[in-house]
Design a protein around this ligand. Structure first.
Ligand code: 13P
Ligand code: SF4
Length: 349
């Protein structure tokens, strides 16, 4: 296994975040008015709200109440493809909106905040990826869904964390060597699970990279019987301590099936909304990050997911998607559709 040296710097991320403001807090009354307005507009425009677990609770609740979807990135992609709505409003980050548009070009795809991106996407620029890929002509190129459409167009396969191990196992069984981008932590985890020959891009999620085993050990000392649930974008020493590792949806499923009464959860805080609903009888604890005194920019809450808000959703619907609409150039779409179709059609053995 080897890695590249293309890691996105914290400074690049900070500069990016300085350019887009986070939503201001709103009163309960204003929130109720916005929910009512958004519900009416979604119906009027025959639009479905497709939300990720990390966005604000108000958006997750609205998606559920209006027949949309709240899920992990794979299920969001599949839902967008199969639902009847003419318009998909994706509350998440840009790769999720692009994926929806590539899989359903006949639908309009809008986002409350088009600039909401992802540190993995920023850290894997298409030109650099193309040049890197050319160095490994015999490898099968697998990219994480958290990449731009242009990178997906260069790849053979797209995977999310929920199917990464299964897809690499499948390719490894065919004797293939893997060129993996961009998340080195997820790639390292998959490599350990499968024993596949993998070359890894040097990318990471700025949110999950902040989790620390030292703090985790401190919580475990207080709750020795607690189970640890970890998203595989976290550093490998966190994953090594986990009782369950998986995508956001898989972590919620694990919360239900694990017998433990206390769960320590290492992923974005947004997941607690649905996890609390899934296991109301259990005690849910946040895994510690470097936090206060450290130099983390997000402390267990993705700053790009946080750009989504009810106000921005209403504005997007009122403007009929003007300034909120996802467009993917035809040539890019054709290439990305190939690798994405493998992802959505992949069935676990
Ligand atoms: P999931 O596919 O697990 O929802 O992950 C998406 C993501 O961006 C996690 O940080
Ligand atoms: Fe990207 Fe990390 Fe945010 Fe997920 S949590 S969208 S991987 S920056």
């Amino acid at each position: 296994m080897s890695t590249t040296d293309y890691a996105v710097s914290q400074q690049v991320v900070k500069d990016y975040l300085d350019r887009v403001s986070l939503p201001e807090p709103i009163s309960a009354r204003h929130e109720a008015e916005l929910v009512e307005r958004a519900t009416a507009l979604l119906k009027e425009k025959n639009a479905a709200l497709v939300a990720h677990y990390y966005v604000d609770e108000s958006l997750q609740a609205l998606a559920e109440a209006t027949g949309g979807c709240v899920s992990d990135s794979l299920d969001m992609a599949r839902f967008g493809q199969s639902c009847d709505a003419q318009t998909l409003v994706v509350a998440g980050v840009s790769f999720m909106g692009e994926t929806a548009k590539i899989l359903s070009p006949e639908k309009q795809v809008w986002m409350p905040q088009l600039q909401a991106t992802c540190s993995l996407d920023i850290g894997c620029e298409a030109g650099a990826y193309r040049a890197w890929r050319r160095q490994y002509p015999d490898h099968v190129a697998v990219v994480y869904a958290n990449t731009s459409a242009a990178v997906k167009a260069e790849a053979d396969w797209v995977v999310t964390s929920s199917i990464a191990v299964d897809v690499i196992e499948h390719l490894h069984a065919q004797g293939r060597s893997i060129l993996w981008a961009p998340d080195k932590h997820l790639g390292g985890y998959v490599q350990k699970q499968t024993g596949a020959d993998m070359v890894l891009w040097d990318g990471a999620c700025i949110v999950h990279e902040e989790f620390r085993t030292r703090g985790l050990e401190d919580i475990k000392a207080i709750y020795p019987d607690a189970a640890i649930l970890v998203h595989p974008e976290s550093p490998d020493e966190m994953v090594a301590m986990a009782d369950a590792v998986g995508s956001t949806k898989q972590l919620i499923d694990a919360a239900k099936t694990l017998p433990h009464s206390h769960l320590i959860v290492a992923t974005d805080k947004g997941i607690f909304y649905k996890m609390r609903q899934a296991v109301p009888e259990k005690v849910l604890l946040e895994a510690p990050t470097r936090g206060v005194g450290g130099d983390c920019v997000s402390c267990a809450h993705c700053p790009w997911m946080a750009m989504n808000s009810l106000e921005r959703l209403v504005s997007c619907l009122e403007r009929d998607g003007a300034g909120h609409s996802i467009h993917v150039p035809d040539e890019t779409r054709t290439g990305a559709l190939r690798s994405l179709t493998r992802m959505v059609e992949f069935q676990r053995p």
